[in-house]
Design a protein around this ligand. Structure first.
Ligand code: TYD
Ligand code: MG
Length: 454
């Protein structure tokens, strides 16, 4: 007879304790312990699929480790492939997190449907078979061998895995899975730990890659214990503004590649389309020059992107002026406004200021500061910034324009898209190569304004 005991788990780090404690001794968070019932007796999930292979129990010398067996599986989706570090490593476990409705299920179903000549098992605890079929009909299918299983019990999933022996497993989502060994509900800490542990063991022992979809909490981190992110090999974040069509796939952790890569997609009627030349689409097409618009060369991961910033500055009618920014850090915006007030004598304290990055993407690269300043002053003065100018530079607290990394790549992108002039920091060490684009070096924000607006 199974013995039921209850344990207390920390919601933040997954540590357990026999009694409730106010402060977690493991991670130091307050008030995070919750009680969950656990079956002590273990019925092995893995007994259903475990191979009879002898385990290595002798340590191996590093130089004797054979590297050639690390053959990555080719996936058709170039963006995903690059983010993963060039294909899919056998036996790797990849957690994909993101806001509801952002397209996680679409991304992975698309992967499943386009995995050539391979058997894929798509386990869903969220949607019915008909719902998944309806989604699959919207996506162009290249005839892969995709099986659906709408189930939440890991024991049953284990049996299905043993029968089918797929080449790829996709689980939508880890928070809906439930192990019969644990009494607490799906999504609880002990369930997530147990079910993820089972799937990871399956991946490692059979060499099957596993994708797990994870829900995220209100503050944007993946729901469940932080431990989950430590357990898996790769954590990907799918983000973007739900009201816009562009989505960015970022890697937060990757044991098999760099975390600098991003993938860009466009959500269309027929699923997600890979965007291979992002700069062209992020700059909105305009016929005439308008004030309050500027273009900056930013870097997202290893790729350069041209970003269009729009600003609106208008006299504040109600007491405290409003500051609002979309896609750009609002604290940084306040800093830039203070610098403009102090160094250039612009009376920003009396103005409402709105800043928007076109395309609904978020930019954290400080190199777009210069472009943001140009857009703000352009709107304030109601004077145009020439459409042919691209800005690159970080703005410091005393109004100095600071150098940024990988300047060549940024200039190259502006050149490629037909810009005539680029403004950048005079502290950037430019390589000797001759650019066909006109380079203007500026040291201070006052200089920039006198160049642009006289
Ligand atoms: P979904 O993948 O279900 O998001 P998640 O699993 O992250 O919650 O779908 C996201 C949205 O994408 C959904 O609201 C409808 C939309 N969508 C399209 O615009 N085109 C398509 O081809 C598909 C499949 C979905
Ligand atoms: Mg979904």
């Amino acid at each position: 007879m199974a013995k039921n005991t209850s344990s207390f788990f920390c919601k933040s780090c997954g540590a357990s304790a026999a009694k409730w404690v106010g402060k977690c001794p493991a991670c130091g968070e307050w008030n995070t312990y919750v009680e969950e019932v656990v079956h002590k007796e273990k019925i092995a999930f893995k007994s259903s699929w475990k191979s009879e292979n002898q385990q290595h129990i002798v340590p191996v010398q590093l130089k004797e480790v054979n590297q050639t067996n690390e053959q990555r599986l080719v996936i058709e989706d170039q963006e995903l492939s690059r983010v993963l570090g060039g294909g899919l490593v056998p036996g790797s476990v990849i957690l994909v997190g993101g806001e509801p409705g952002i397209g996680k299920s679409t991304l992975l179903l698309q992967l499943a449907l386009r995995f050539h000549n391979k058997k894929v098992l798509y386990v869903s605890g969220e949607e019915s078979e008909t719902q998944i079929k309806m989604r699959a009909d919207r996506i162009t299918n290249s005839g892969s061998d995709c099986y659906l299983f709408t189930e939440t019990s890991t024991q049953k999933i284990g049996k299905a895995l043993q029968q089918l022996q797929p080449d790829l497993l996709i689980v939508d989502s880890i928070q809906t899975l439930q192990s019969e060994l644990i009494d607490s509900g799906p999504g609880s800490i002990s369930q997530i730990k147990e079910t993820a542990g089972d799937l990871i063991r399956f991946a490692k022992e059979t060499g099957t890659p596993v994708f797990l979809i994870g829900h995220i909490t209100k503050d944007g981190s993946i729901a469940g214990p932080k431990l989950l992110e430590h357990m898996v090999d790769t954590v990907l974040q799918f983000e973007g503004d739900r009201h816009h069509v562009y989505r960015i796939l970022r890697s937060i952790k990757n044991r098999f590649g760099s975390t600098n890569e991003i993938g860009i997609y466009e959500m269309q009627m027929g699923g997600l389309r890979e965007v291979s030349n992002p700069s062209e689409i992020l700059i909105t097409q305009r016929d005439e020059n308008l004030s309050g618009i500027s273009v900056s060369a930013s870097l997202e991961g290893m790729r350069s992107l041209l970003i269009e910033t729009q600003a609106l500055v208008s006299a504040a009618v109600y007491g405290t002026p409003q500051r609002n920014s979309n896609g750009y850090d609002s604290k940084r915006l306040n800093m830039l406004l203070a610098v403009l007030e102090k160094k250039c004598g612009l009376r920003m304290g009396m103005q409402d200021v709105f800043v928007n990055i076109a395309g609904g993407i978020r930019v954290e690269d400080p190199a777009i500061d210069l472009g943001v300043v140009a857009a703000i002053v352009s709107s304030y003065e109601n004077q145009l910034v020439d459409q042919q100018i691209c800005f690159i530079g970080e703005v410091g607290l005393s109004g100095e324009i600071r150098a940024v990394n990988r300047i060549e790549q940024r200039i190259g992108e502006a050149e490629k898209l037909g810009f005539k002039t680029v403004y950048l920091s005079k502290f950037n060490k430019l390589p000797k190569t001759n650019f066909s684009i006109n380079v203007v070096e500026v040291g201070k924000i006052e200089e920039l304004l006198s160049y642009l607006f006289g």
